[in-house]
Ligand binder design. Structure first.
Ligand SMILES: Nc1ncnc2c1ncn2[C@@H]1O[C@H](COP(=O)(O)OP(=O)(O)O)[C@@H](O)[C@H]1O
Ligand SMILES: [Mg+2]
Length: 353
């Protein structure tokens, strides 16, 4: 089925695919002709090397060898390999700014639809502009047969990596994460964009603890007059039930994915996970099915927080938070967040500024 095909794009989470720097292969390095590069006025030219990245991680320190060059960027290390793209760390040679470059995977060089998707992903990101909880797009270009997107380099780890290591998060971490992601979603939705693929693999946490939403591969401008793509895109365990019938994303679709992600962080497992695509689809589309209380798996979660998460992942859109603003309003009333001093700490906490 189409859903399975799309979901298989990122089955284990791209974070899981991250290789060591030693694995980076010069064989894949390709210096080629650039036809087009468009750079935003507010990003890549800031010239802020290291500034704002907190402590340099081991990953950043090791990323000094030059692998190859593409149009004004020196590529130093491979950060991750997704199903359709490779993500590298690099430097803008003109400004010294550290960047991440997402380039179409060589196995998709002849795939016109993936070519178009990555280009559109970059163009949509460029139009968005800057917000702290969204990975900023600096530019979009083409390296021979390969389109690439230049992004703000995030020195941190994906939420998937953190969950693999820690299994679940504390209540205050879940709440701070919720706050950052809801702010990012509010920004996106106000710009008329739905992310459509919010999940732990597409969230990075900086070393300062700021949550950043990335990967606009499925994102859509819901205000545009262009026809909706109307295919089932996204990841099944985070996909709202209405997507299976309407195939049409709304802000509520992203709120549902936020609920699934927060539940997973709180409980240590997905609310509607399963061993097969069919099992997941039947759970997602069963309007009567609610997940077991996250508090059973994590007694540190308060009733208030449990209720917030359950409201985000309501099967019926009418019962769900209607907007990211409503989520933020609820969070502002959450006693655990209001009483917390941890929101002021830095380091590895999921602190959202
Ligand atoms: N801007 C960035 N800075 C640092 N790492 C990144 C950045 N963008 C992506 N990554 C890493 O690459 C992984 C895959 O990126 P993503 O955009 O989700 O690719 P895909 O479309 O293949 O899923 C992320 O989980 C993250 O680990
Ligand atoms: Mg991804």
């Amino acid at each position: 089925m189409d859903a399975a095909v799309r979901a298989a794009r990122d089955p284990k989470g791209a974070g899981a695919a991250r290789g060591s720097f030693l694995e980076m292969s010069l064989k894949t390095a390709k210096v080629s002709r650039i036809i087009k590069i468009v750079t935003s006025t507010n990003g890549g030219a800031r010239g802020e090397v290291w500034k704002g990245f907190g402590e340099q991680s081991e990953r950043t320190r090791t990323a000094t060898q030059t692998m190859f060059d593409i149009s004004g960027y020196t590529i130093n290390a491979k950060l991750a390999e997704g199903a359709c793209a490779e993500i590298y760390a690099g430097v803008n040679r003109a400004t010294g700014t550290l960047v991440a470059v997402k380039r179409l995977h060589p196995r998709h060089s002849a795939n016109k639809s993936e070519y178009k998707r990555l280009t559109e992903e970059g163009e949509l990101g460029l139009r968005l502009g800057q917000q702290d909880n969204i990975v900023q797009t600096y530019g979009v270009g083409r390296d021979g047969d390969f389109p690439f997107v230049v992004l703000e380099y995030v020195d941190g780890r994906s939420l998937r990596e953190i969950l693999v290591e820690r299994k679940k998060l504390s209540e205050i971490e879940v709440l701070n994460l919720a706050k950052g992601l809801a702010r990012g979603l509010r920004f996106l939705h106000n710009a008329g964009v739905c992310h459509k693929d919010l999940k732990p693999d597409n969230i990075m946490i900086t070393h300062d603890g700021v949550a950043k939403l990335l990967d606009f591969g499925f994102a859509e401008n819901i205000r545009s007059f262009r026809l909706f793509r109307r295919s089932l895109e996204g990841s099944l365990p985070y996909m709202a039930p209405e997507m299976f019938t309407t195939k049409r994303a709304t802000p509520a679709t992203d709120i549902y994915a936020l609920g699934c992600t927060l539940y997973e962080c709180a409980a240590g497992f997905q609310p509607f996970g399963g061993m097969s695509d069919n099992e997941i689809v039947s759970k997602q589309t069963n309007v009567k099915l609610a997940p077991p209380p996250a508090r059973e798996a994590n007694p540190g979660i308060s009733i208030y927080t449990e209720k917030m998460i359950l409201t985000a992942l309501q099967k019926e859109t009418a019962k769900r938070f209607k907007s990211a603003d409503e989520v933020l309003l609820d969070l502002a009333r959450n006693p655990a967040l209001r009483n917390s001093r941890e929101t002021q700490t830095t380091g590895t906490q999921l602190v959202v500024k």
